[in-house]
Design a protein around this ligand. Structure first.
Ligand code: ADQ
Length: 463
């Protein structure tokens, strides 16, 4: 069987892994030969020429260091201040410094040069996410004929947003160098096809995108998932139960509304708290009867737009407290800290409402995890943004437009008022969908599609 080479921006570290993706890929690499390649997390004076291997809990991981300047241009710059906001349709929050593109390209070239000597001819290469769009081009330029697949964890943008990205023509050509591109949702496949097949060529200062040949690139949706059965177990583990008891003591009879997110502007956090504010304003009876807990650890906090989102959230949480709190009742708790998976599983299980309202999201695994952790005898209700990839998988959630805070407030009211029979029947459908779209099957189906067992393992394309 061919080896699998997983490539991502960061390589996983030792110890328990948070997040289903790392667990699933680790499982793939424990069942098949291969290794994981990526940045070590270390900054060096000189660009690294070679990767160094490390054994990480039985998995082979090859890492390279990056210089501070390259890392800044590639990661905080082009990847997270241009690609991330544009792909999430937040051009207002993008910083278009086109010179970052050179650093982005340089790091992708460095990844390719360090990876190439480690490859065998029939290795299957699976590249992850927007940091590494040019990697297949760079590898092919060095002579790699391997099958190479790319998975985009975030949404694919509309054509207009793509046009705002410096060198978008080259990036689209880079995508055409993959054998397979996987997206989270059908919506992303449609946006990609729209651009690849129909959009007017972009001729100013760049490549004419009409001339890019996608005929040898397969494009398909592979919605990622979690391990809902593992979450179900985790949610009744001693660590989770400890958290449940602790929260129950604090909450008494109050119903818990829970949000769990990285502190990112794509997650719609200020809008979410505003919706909760409207719920309390419009429904006097919920005061003292509900409590909202938002867990949102800072993320990418060297980037100005992230600090501003954090400030906005501070302000709106303060406003809701000032407006509705009593000396002996707080309407919400806001925690800027990450929790381990067992504690999260306990919180999910206890929450009557899982409030998952990103403005745009590739998938959103919190929605999957929340469903997995519910008590089948007394499940909570998922209020879910229709702009998360998860909305395609979970139509039985209460789907909302997160920009419309009145609508979200009304969904919260419905969720809190929903009777047990309806909660159970919705949850059963949701759980069945979460099981169908589990993360192990996701990885297997992507790899099967990239390199079917009975096919030649080299790419059919010219180098
Ligand atoms: P993220 O934007 O990070 O991922 P998401 O899928 O919701 O978003 O969450 C990732 C993981 O982080 C989850 O496993 C969750 O448990 C964990 N997490 C989030 N907040 C946490 C907290 N406060 N404390 C502890 N753990 C927390 C990107 C894309 C998503 C896509 C994933 C996977 O933006 O759309 O679903 O990749 O493809």
């Amino acid at each position: 069987m061919s080896r699998i080479v997983v490539v991502s921006n960061r390589t996983p570290g030792k110890g328990p892994v948070a997040g289903g993706l790392a667990v699933a890929l680790r499982k793939v690499l424990s069942e098949r030969e291969g290794f994981w390649f990526g940045w070590s997390g270390k900054l060096s004076e000189q660009p690294a020429r070679e990767a160094h291997f490390e054994d990480v809990d039985g998995m082979q991981v090859a890492k390279i260091d990056l210089t501070r300047d390259d890392h800044h241009a590639y990661y905080a710059g082009f990847s997270n201040s241009i690609l991330w906001p544009s792909f999430h349709l937040r051009l207002d929050l993008a910083t278009i410094e086109s010179h970052w593109y050179e650093g982005y390209r340089r790091v992708n070239g460095q990844f390719a040069r360090a990876l190439l000597p480690l490859l065998k001819p029939d290795d299957i290469i699976w590249v992850h996410d927007y940091h590494l769009i040019p990697l297949a081009s760079e590898l092919r330029a060095l002579g790699a004929r391997n099958r190479i697949g790319f998975y985009l964890h975030i949404p694919f943008p509309t054509a207009d947003a793509l046009y705002a990205i410096p060198n978008h023509g080259e990036l689209m050509r880079d995508l055409s160098r993959y054998d397979l591109i996987g997206f989270q949702a059908n919506r992303d496949v449609a946006a990609f096809r729209e651009f690849a097949e129909h959009q007017a060529p972009s001729t100013f200062g760049g490549l004419n995108t009409k001339h890019i040949d996608f005929s040898r690139t397969d494009v398909e949706a592979f919605p990622i998932g979690s391990d809902p059965n593992a979450f179900a177990k985790l949610a009744i583990s001693p660590a989770a139960t400890k958290m449940v008891h602790r929260m129950k003591r604090a909450l008494g009879e109050q119903n818990l509304i829970l949000g769990v997110d990285r502190l990112d502007y794509s997650k719609g956090l200020p809008q979410r708290v505003e919706a909760y504010e409207k719920l309390l304003a419009n429904n006097h009876r919920f005061r003292r009867n509900v409590h909202m807990l938002q867990v949102a650890p800072p993320s990418r906090d060297t980037i100005k737009e992230y600090q501003e989102t954090s400030d906005q959230l501070d302000a709106i949480c303060g406003r809701v407290m000032g407006e509705f709190a009593e000396p002996d009742w707080a309407p919400l708790t806001y925690v800027k800290r990450a929790y381990g998976q067992p504690s999260l599983a306990g919180l999910y299980r206890l929450a009557r409402v899982g409030l998952v309202t990103p403005l745009r999201d590739g998938m959103n695994l919190v929605a999957h995890e929340y469903i997995g952790a519910q008590n089948p005898e007394n499940p909570g209700v998922l209020v879910l943004s229709r702009f998360a990839g998860a909305a395609e998988i979970f139509p039985e959630a209460l789907l909302v437009n997160p920009f419309d805070t009145d609508e979200t407030a009304e969904a919260l009211r419905m969720a809190l008022d929903m009777n047990l029979d309806e909660r159970k029947s919705r949850w059963q459908s949701l759980m069945s969908a979460a099981r169908t779209h589990n993360v192990d099957d996701w990885a297997i189906s992507f790899l099967d599609r990239l390199a079917p067992a009975d096919k030649d393992k080299s790419s059919t394309r010219d180098i």
